[in-house]
Design a protein around this ligand. Structure first.
Ligand code: HEM
Length: 272
């Protein structure tokens, strides 16, 4: 192969590497989010369906089921059970083959996803601010910012779809996916940190250790930053930029896989 042809092939190789690294990360995320959905249904779903509401507290929670607080318990139940629906809806929206083959389904799951995402943010704010479920001021602040971002991004994704500006819609929809997944990223981020460091370095029980603070705000700010870099790399004409982004996504996939393993092994598995 001549030098000229190998150098002209390099950008295409970098573009393919970026594409495959993106798919790899998404495949790991699909597996990890499916485990999250499975846990919610097997733990909260089964206990709620059998009327064992007090059983929500079989695992460590801040409040969960509180005797004599019917309103708080109903909002908590709706919040945790709809968490499985919003997570499934977000995944379905991002799977290209579903979008291409069944555009009508994409529109309906999109509407359901956005309405439930808005409910998740509002019910989460209600649990924090009205019910008073709180771990520490830092983690409360991080969650409230997450809620506000869900409200703004979901609204923008919807608006762009209505205005038929599909490139902008795709961007806002992916940003919405990242912030709606913030709670999942938080668990994966915390457990990934524990797995990588072989212990809870810089962490404490109220999520206010130095590593906790980075990971609670990072649970949506880091995925959003990586997403913006991904958009920029997709539009870059430089093979080196795409290759660097592909490498970053490989590292992100490895960390996410470690975190998914940690959530299943330490956070959810022991309570099923
Ligand atoms: C769409 C994103 C969200 C999902 C998927 C989600 C999911 C969950 C899940 C699964 C639980 C049960 C806790 C557990 O088993 O560990 C939970 C509880 C809770 N969530 Fe969310 N949540 C989301 C957004 C939010 C937001 C934005 C806030 C705050 C503003 C929030 C506040 C809470 C609170 C206060 C609890 C109760 C914790 C306890 O009593 O221990 N959530 N959420």
């Amino acid at each position: 192969m001549s030098i000229a042809s190998s150098s002209s092939a390099a950008p295409a190789v970098a573009a393919a590497a970026l594409n495959w690294a993106g798919r790899l990360w998404f495949a790991v995320a699909v597996f990890g989010q499916a485990a999250f959905i499975g846990f919610i249904l097997a733990y909260y779903g089964v206990r709620t369906a059998t009327g064992n509401f007090a059983g929500w507290n079989d695992k460590p929670l801040i409040d969960g089921y509180v005797e004599g607080d019917p309103m708080g318990n109903v909002v908590f139940a709706a919040h945790v059970l709809l968490a499985s629906v919003v997570t499934l809806g977000g995944l379905m929206q991002l799977i290209p083959v579903l979008r291409r083959r069944w555009p009508g389904l994409h529109r309906w799951t999109g509407r359901v996803f956005i309405v439930i995402a808005l409910f998740m943010a509002l019910s989460g704010m209600w649990l924090s601010l009205v019910r008073g479920t709180s771990l520490s001021p830092v983690s409360d602040a991080a969650l409230l910012i997450n809620a506000v971002l869900i409200l703004i991004f979901a609204g923008l994704a919807w608006r762009e779809a209505l205005k038929r500006r599909f490139d902008q819609h795709r961007r806002w929809a992916m940003r919405t996916f990242m912030v709606v997944s913030g709670v999942w990223f938080l668990r994966v981020g915390l457990m990934g940190w524990v797995v990588v460091n072989r212990g809870p370095v810089g962490m404490n029980d109220t999520l206010s250790g130095p590593a906790d603070i980075v990971l609670t705000f990072g649970s949506y700010l880091i995925p959003l930053a990586v997403l913006e870099l991904y958009f920029a790399a997709q539009h870059s004409r430089h093979g080196a930029v795409r290759a660097a982004m592909a490498t970053l996504l490989l590292l992100a996939s490895a960390y996410t896989a470690a975190g998914v393993f940690g959530t299943i092994a330490f956070m959810w598995g022991p309570y099923l």
